[in-house]
Design a protein around this ligand. Structure first.
Ligand code: IPM
Ligand code: MG
Length: 360
């Protein structure tokens, strides 16, 4: 098959980790007889430097024209980078939020699983890590606090800021449907996370999720308050299969979930629209402190490329081959610094990419 992939390398470690994911995709193409054409686009800080804005209409249009988007990471050091002297809507993150909205990417899938080879890197107690876990966070990505009206103003001499958390039933329904659909292909359990003891938006969320659940009698639904969910993630992560939640809760809980996998450098993600179009990026940030040093862990980006093959190109065998190659490379003891432990072999970002592609 011939496919066009829009590539946004971005800032910080982005270019390094995406280069390794492209190395792996090229190996897949060679091995399975496909042709992947790449078009590199700017977004984030690099786009501010080149174009004065974090996201151009050109980048949006080129992404829409592609079969899928592969992305690295955007942004810089928020205290030292000049990008953060700009107004909030001109900063790197505004580019990413704008792109998610423009492409209609409302469903963010973040699979979190503990690779048995990395149980030493897992900060949980050994007896909890020994049980393992394999869950998927389905985060709503184009609504809630991230996109609600906001303003900062002086009222009677007092500076006051407002952010708005708004959801309508259609936005809740479509993400709930995605969550139940993926649960049907997994262990058939959905945990819907909300703050229904306080928030109206959460009470509507709960009601709509319950309506959707009626169409999936085989799936067990449970509701969990977000503060309890944060606790349960470190106490007993094995209880979770699919966790569905609104934008902000999902942002926070997915970082927590990534940490218990050993490193944020292991966590892939897919952001999808109604159909099979998606943007694939690691869940972690641009790590400006280690940028340009060939030290970053490319595995999350490589696993994101595997999700791209699976969800956008329907290449299940190829996706499985990438995941198996990651496993084999870890099994052979190769580790980047973030997941290094005694007795293992420390490798650079590019060496990790080469090892994984050689194992396909
Ligand atoms: C993420 C990131 C983004 C988010 C930032 C960079 C805007 O933290 O993808 O989780 O908050 O969604
Ligand atoms: Mg985040």
């Amino acid at each position: 098959m011939e496919k066009n992939i829009a590539v946004i390398k971005g800032d910080g470690i982005g270019p390094e980790i995406v280069t390794e994911a492209m190395k792996v995709l090229d190996r897949v193409a060679e091995k399975f007889g496909h042709k992947f054409n790449y078009e590199q686009l700017l977004m984030g800080g690099c786009s501010i430097d080149a174009n004065g804005v974090p996201l151009t209409e050109e980048t949006v249009e080129r992404c829409k024209a592609a079969d899928a988007v592969l992305m690295g990471s955007i942004g810089g050091n928020t205290t030292t980078s000049p990008w953060y002297k700009l107004p909030a809507d001109k900063r790197p993150e505004a580019g990413l939020l704008g792109l998610r909205k423009a492409l209609g990417l409302f469903a963010n899938l973040r699979p979190c699983l503990l690779f048995s080879q990395l149980s030493e890197a897992c900060p949980l107690k050994a007896e909890i890590a020994a049980k393992g876990f394999d869950m998927l966070i389905m985060r709503e990505l184009t609504g809630g606090l991230y996109f609600g009206a906001r303003k900062t103003e002086e009222i009677n001499g007092v500076m006051t800021a407002v952010d708005t958390l708004e959801y309508n039933e259609n936005e809740i329904r479509r993400i709930a449907v995605k969550a139940f659909d993926v649960a049907m292909q997994r262990r058939k359990k959905v945990t819907s996370v909300d703050k229904a003891n306080v928030l109206d938006s959460s009470r509507l969320w709960r009601k709509v999720v319950e309506e959707v659940a009626k169409d999936y009698p085989e799936v067990t639904l449970e509701h969990m308050l977000v503060d309890n969910a944060a606790m349960q993630l470190v106490k007993d992560p094995a209880q979770f299969d699919v966790m569905v939640t609104e934008n902000m809760f999902g942002d926070i809980l997915s970082d927590e979930a990534s940490m218990i996998t050993g490193s944020i450098g292991m966590l892939a993600s897919a952001s999808m629209n109604e159909s099979s179009f998606g943007l694939y990026e690691p869940s972690g940030g641009s790590a400006p402190d280690i940028a340009g040093q060939n030290k970053a862990n490319p595995i999350a980006t490589i696993l994101s490329a595997a999700m791209l093959l699976r969800y956008s190109f329907k290449m299940e065998t190829e996706a499985g081959a990438v995941e198996a190659a990651v496993n084999k490379t870890l099994e052979a003891g190769f580790r980047t610094g973030d997941i290094m432990s005694d007795g293992m072999t420390l490798v650079s970002c590019s060496e990790m990419g080469t090892k994984i592609s050689d194992n396909i």
